[in-house]
Design a protein around this ligand. Structure first.
Ligand code: ZN
Length: 424
C-alpha cells in the first residue's frame, strides 16, 4: 500500500461558497440519478448516448463517492490527525466553527494525507453538502487509482484473493466507474460537465476508503502488509487498464456467484449493451462446491401479502411463475394476486422481497411449483444457487480461474467475449 500513516497536519479548511464556485466538474449541486439494483441510471431510454471512447474522457478524473453510512445524518465529525471538526445541518446550509456555509470541503495538507470519519481512513478529500431530504451528505473525492484500490479491497476477501483475481477486479472497477459516470453525464467533453457520483455500497461498487480499513481486523502485521501490498500491486500492474468493446468502454457488471452459468447482460438488464453474452463458469464444479452458495428460503404469507399490496394485485399472492429469456435464470416474473396480476422484472421482484433473501435468479425449484396456487396463509419456498444478478463477471469463478493460473486478461475476456483491455 502506498499510503503513508497519518501525521500531524494542519487542516486545510475550505468553505466553498456556491456563489463563487467555479463552473467546472464541481457544480454546486450533486446530481444523483435514481438507482436500480446496480446503481446505474436507467439506460434503456431511446437515444441514449454511445459509451465513451477512452480518448473522450476529460482529465484529470476525480471520482466522487457518496458515503452511504453518513447519508442524512445531522452531524458529522471529521478527523485529520489529532484535529477534529464538527459539521451540522442548519436550515438549508451547514454550520461549522460558528459559521454557516452552503457546502464545505476538507482535505489534509501534504502528499499522502489521510482524513477520517467514523473510524475509517480515506485518501483525497471530503466534501459535505446538505442532503436533498434531510441532514448531511458526505462525499469522498479521490483520484481514479485511489478509488480503484478502495474497491478492490472492499469487494474481495483479501486473505484468499489471487493476484490475477485482484487485477481483474481492478480493471473491472475502473471500467465500471468510468462507464457509469460517463453515462450519468459526467466525464465526457461532449456534454456539459456535471457532478455525478457513485455510491460506496454494492448499489455501485463496494468501496472501503483506504485499503487499510478492510484489514483493520487482521491481527498479524505481516499478513496486513502482505495483503495491502497485493492490492497495491494489482492496481499498479493494471494502472489505467479498462475493458473496451470496439474501442468504447464496456458496460461491465459483476456479481458474487452465478451458480454455474452467467447470463446475457440484456436478459438481466433490459435495454443495456448488447454483445455481452452469458458463458459457462466453474463456480458450480465439484471442486467448488463450497463456493456454489446454494440457498433456500421460504417467504411467509405476511411477506407475500406485502408484495401483493406493493404491486397492487390484491392482499395476497396466488402464484408466481417465470417468463425466462434464458433457461437457467428467471428474467421476468408473472405475479398473480387475488385481485389482479402483473409481469415484472426479476430484479424488481428480488428488490421487493429482499436481495439477501431471494439471492439470485438461478432458481432450481419452488414449492408450490411455478404457476401452482399458493394456499391462503401458506408460504412460497424457493431453492436456488448463486448470489447476485448473474450477468457479467462472476467473482467466485474469477477466484477459481485465477487459482488455475489464468491471467486477468484471459479471465475478463472469458466473461466479456469480444472485449480487449486497453490502457487509458
Ligand atoms: Zn460463476
Amino acid at each position: 500500500m502506498s499510503k503513508k500513516p497519518a501525521r500531524l497536519r494542519a487542516w486545510t479548511f475550505v468553505a466553498l461558497l456556491a456563489a463563487c464556485h467555479a463552473p467546472t466538474r464541481e457544480s454546486s449541486r450533486v446530481i444523483t440519478p435514481p438507482l436500480n439494483e446496480t446503481g446505474a441510471a436507467p439506460r434503456n431510454a431511446p437515444g441514449r448516448p454511445l459509451p465513451p471512447r477512452p480518448s473522450d474522457l476529460s482529465w484529470p478524473i476525480e471520482i466522487a463517492v457518496r458515503i452511504e453510512a453518513a447519508e442524512g445524518q445531522g452531524r458529522l465529525i471529521l478527523e485529520n490527525g489529532s484535529r477534529t471538526l464538527t459539521v451540522r445541518r442548519l436550515g438549508e446550509g451547514l454550520e461549522a466553527g460558528g459559521r454557516v456555509h452552503p457546502r464545505l470541503g476538507f482535505e489534509a495538507s501534504g502528499p499522502g494525507g489521510e482524513i477520517s470519519w467514523n473510524g475509517k481512513r480515506y485518501g483525497g478529500r471530503f466534501e459535505i453538502v446538505p442532503h436533498p431530504q434531510k441532514g448531511l451528505r458526505l462525499m469522498n473525492l479521490v483520484d481514479l487509482e485511489t478509488y480503484v484500490e478502495g474497491v478492490v479491497a472492499g469487494e474481495l476477501p483479501l486473505w484468499s484473493a489471487q493476484p490475477a483475481e485482484l487485477e481483474a477486479q481492478a480493471i473491472a472497477a475502473r471500467t465500471y466507474a468510468l462507464y457509469t459516470l460517463a453515462m450519468r453525464g459526467a466525464l465526457t467533453r461532449v456534454t456539459e460537465p456535471r457532478h455525478a457520483s457513485l455510491s460506496d455500497s454494492v448499489a455501485d461498487q463496494a468501496y472501503c476508503g483506504l485499503p487499510a480499513n478492510a484489514l483493520a481486523n487482521v491481527e498479524s502485521e505481516s499478513s496486513r502488509q502482505r495483503m495491502a501490498a497485493a492490492v497495491d500491486s494489482a492496481v499498479q500492474q493494471t494502472r489505467g487498464g479498462v475493458l473496451t468493446r470496439e474501442g468504447r468502454l464496456t458496460d461491465i457488471r459483476y456479481h458474487a456467484s452465478c451458480g454455474g452459468k452467467t447470463s446475457n447482460l440484456e436478459a438481466v438488464f433490459p435495454g443495456t449493451e448488447s454483445g455481452s453474452v452469458g458463458t459457462d463458469c466453474p463456480c458450480d464444479e465439484a471442486d467448488a462446491q463450497a463456493q456454489k452458495r446454494e440457498w433456500k428460503y421460504t417467504f411467509t404469507a405476511t411477506q407475500l401479502g406485502a408484495l401483493a399490496r406493493t404491486l397492487g394485485v390484491g392482499d395476497r399472492i396466488v402464484s408466481l411463475k417465470p417468463v425466462q429469456k434464458q433457461p437457467w435464470r428467471w428474467s421476468e416474473v408473472q405475479v398473480a394476486g387475488d385481485s389482479g396480476q402483473i409481469q415484472i422484472s426479476f430484479l424488481r421482484l428480488r428488490n421487493l422481497l429482499g436481495p439477501s433473501l431471494l439471492r439470485s435468479g438461478r432458481i432450481e425449484g419452488t414449492w408450490p411449483h411455478p404457476g401452482d396456487s399458493i394456499q391462503p396463509g401458506g408460504g412460497w419456498a424457493v431453492y436456488g444457487a448463486g448470489h447476485g444478478h448473474g450477468a457479467g463477471l462472476c467473482q467466485t469463478g474469477t477466484h477459481l480461474l485465477a487459482k488455475r493460473e489464468w491471467s486477468s486478461v484471459r479471465i475478463l475476456r472469458h466473461y466479456f467475449a469480444g472485449t480487449v483491455v486497453q490502457t487509458l
